[in-house]
Write a protein that binds this ligand. Structure first.
Ligand code: 13P
Length: 253
């Protein structure tokens, strides 16, 4: 079975003591994850060492970065590279979140470079895609997302693409409390999988985990994750609340 993943995206939230309390309270519960289930915490870069040390010995729990620079090193003040993240224990890097595309002008071409940097050090990219409201209202979401995949990912080989995790996050559902229905999520996740099948073949497409993101919470996680092509979630607001994220982890299939 392909990987089922509950990924927390803390975004730019929490002070150090709050971060530590949240992780410790979350980890106090028993989870008994199956071998195909993973929990990932995309924390602000400054909390990565704290998160890595808190998760020591916790099988299938990982710390992720929320972004990285496309170059490995150099004169890029304020930036952090993929090899730097790997050197402190990061195994996953989120790329192309809609907030980075919108507020930091990240293009598909730039994301393609970042992907190469992440794959070169054997880390797992969590590649985000998803349409704004106007595109959904026009009914063009499939074409919009397909273009993001083609421009950002389709330069990768079959061996590389199976290492990528996709997060489909409709922008109109992020932080709005408005979730895609489980039918809407399933429909576009299945479409995304057909795009991979057309390019790389069905066997490869079946191996790729596709997470849903956008107002995932305890109350809707089980129904969303039960969809055949929804392989878990990338969770913002609800990942900052212990009881919510705990239930979301338990909703993994
Ligand atoms: P919310 O869960 O707060 O809607 O955020 C989703 C998201 O952007 C996760 O990356």
């Amino acid at each position: 079975m392909r990987k089922q993943i509950a990924a927390a995206n803390w975004k730019m939230n929490l002070k150090s003591t709050e971060a530590s309390t949240l992780l410790n309270e979350l980890l106090a519960a028993p989870y008994a994850l199956k071998s195909h289930q993973e929990v990932v915490f995309a924390v602000p870069a400054i909390y990565i060492p704290l998160a890595v040390s808190t998760l020591v010995g916790k099988a299938n729990f990982f710390v992720a970065a929320q972004n990285c620079h496309q170059k490995n090193s150099g004169a890029f003040t304020g930036e952090i590279s993929a090899p730097m993240y790997a050197s402190v224990g990061v195994k996953h890097i989120v790329l192309g979140h809609s907030e980075r595309r919108e507020y930091f002008g990240e293009s598909d071409a730039l994301l393609a470079e970042k992907l190469n940097a992440v794959l070169a050090i054997n880390s797992t990219p969590i590649f985000c895609c998803g349409e704004p409201l106007a595109i959904r209202e026009a009914g063009s979401q499939n074409e919009f997302v397909e273009a993001q995949l083609k421009n950002g990912l389709f330069h990768l080989s079959a061996e590389e693409i199976v290492k990528v995790v996709i997060a489909y996050e409709p922008i109109w559902a992020i932080g709005t409390g408005k979730t895609a229905s489980s039918d809407q999520a399933q429909e576009i996740h299945a479409y995304i999988r057909t795009c991979f099948a057309a390019k790389y073949g069905d066997a490869i497409a079946q191996e790729i985990s596709i997470l849903y993101g956008g107002s995932v919470k305890a109350a809707n996680a089980k129904e969303l994750f039960a969809q055949p092509d929804v392989d878990g979630g990338l969770v913002g607001g609800a990942s900052l609340i212990v009881s919510e994220f705990e239930a979301i982890i338990h909703a993994l299939k």
